[in-house]
Design a protein. Structure first.
Length: 394
């Protein structure tokens, strides 16, 4: 008994991995616990903070997954590279939507959601001490993963006065000698800035000039966006760039966890080395469902965006009641809004709003220092609930 106690004490004294000190629990993980607690206490909380689509996936995708469950090999380990017909589906999708040609055998790697791709890419290309250019504001996972692998975040500012696009003059003044990777995200989350091919040309040229791997995280291309673009539409981009994409937002399949990374063979093989040591292949049925989803035509996008447009108009009304300003031309499934000047702290405003009105919004500060003074509304909530939020402010 004494030996068991001493052994337990030794284990406890060793503690946790040092890398845990470089990250905090994801904001939404902690905040949603508070929301759930309030709901359990009977409070009518409206969650307008999370970008998890509440609409259904394509019916044919669900049917394909269900039918696949009876296939002979459905429940075996699957290829780390995914089914060949899934890679072909991705290639066909890129060709039809972006007019981009991808080799199904060497330039595409299916992922269990694009979020895992951020980790795989970072593990494949970053050594301890390497530096990574990260947008501020930007997706928080870029920072946390960079810290977890022992690399150093170097933030580049995105400002409203510059239409939330990089300031290349300021970038060129930075010491870029240790920078290995640069994250970009257009259409941009959280601001909804669409980006354009001229911007991509400048980014590719910048990356080539400084020998930086450029990664475009591109999951919002088809939500309220009449002009979807890919980094690979730029000549020579494959020499230096990767692109992440996902079925989560485009086809309402966030819980399925299916995405992809595309790029030249050398890059894809490096990422595959990491991925093949971290999972045992994507479930067969999910792949079959994804193949069907990728074949959906323009009618699908039009029907989804019709719903999002109605929701966005209501969100605009809600934002105006809060005396916020916003860009009506922004794309994606969020509305990024600037708080009135007299409100000093986004987080304090959000916390008070949650308690007083039982409405959960997202403070801009979780996306970076430049998010202070802004809040984010999600469009992943039904129209009647948005109207209820508006009514609560009357």
């Amino acid at each position: 008994m004494i030996e068991e106690i001493l052994t337990l004490e030794k284990v406890e004294n060793k503690g946790f991995a040092n890398r845990l000190t470089t990250v905090e629990e994801y904001y939404f993980s902690t905040k949603l616990r508070q929301v759930r607690q309030m709901i359990s206490e009977g409070k009518p909380v409206l969650n307008m903070g999370i970008g998890s689509p509440d609409l259904a996936p394509p019916k044919r995708a669900i049917e394909a997954m269900v039918q696949a469950l009876g296939d002979e090999k459905a429940h075996e380990y699957q290829s780390y590279q995914g089914l060949p017909e899934l890679r072909k589906g991705i290639a066909d999708f890129y060709k039809s939507q972006f007019d981009v040609a991808l080799d199904i055998n060497s330039e595409i790697l299916p992922l269990m959601g694009s979020k895992e791709g951020i980790m795989h890419i970072s593990l494949a290309f970053l050594n301890e001490g390497d530096e990574v250019l990260i947008p501020d504001p930007g997706y928080p996972t870029y920072v946390s993963v960079t810290n977890l692998v022992g690399a150093q975040p170097v933030f580049y500012n995105l400002k409203e006065k510059n239409e939330w696009m990089p300031d290349f003059e300021a970038l060129e003044k930075k010491d870029l000698s240790k920078v290995k990777l640069m994250w970009i995200n257009y259409p941009h989350m959280p601001t909804g800035t669409n980006g354009n091919l001229e911007l991509f040309e400048r980014l590719v040229a910048f990356a080539k000039r400084h020998q930086i791997i450029l990664v475009n995280d591109n999951p919002y291309s088809f939500v309220l966006n009449d002009n979807p673009i890919s980094i690979f539409q730029i000549e020579g981009a494959k020499e230096i760039a990767l692109e992440l994409n996902s079925l989560s937002k485009t086809f309402n399949m966030s819980g399925w966890r299916i995405g992809m990374v595309s790029g030249k063979q050398e890059f894809i093989e490096a990422i595959l080395k990491i991925k093949s040591n971290m999972d045992s292949g994507m479930f067969y049925g999910i792949q079959k469902g994804a193949i069907e989803a990728l074949q959906m035509g323009q009618e699908w996008f039009d029907s989804q965006n019709k719903i999002y447009k109605r929701r966005r108009e209501l969100i605009f009304q809600l934002a105006e009641k809060l005396n916020c300003t916003f860009n009506k031309d922004a794309v994606g499934m969020f509305v990024w809004a600037k708080l009135p000047f007299e409100i000093v702290s986004s987080e304090e405003f959000i916390d008070a709003f949650l308690i007083e009105k039982n409405i959960f919004l997202t403070p801009g500060t979780i996306f970076g220092r430049n998010g202070e003074g802004y809040i984010r509304f999600s469009l992943c909530i039904k129209e009647e609930k948005i109207q209820e939020a508006i009514d609560r402010l009357d």
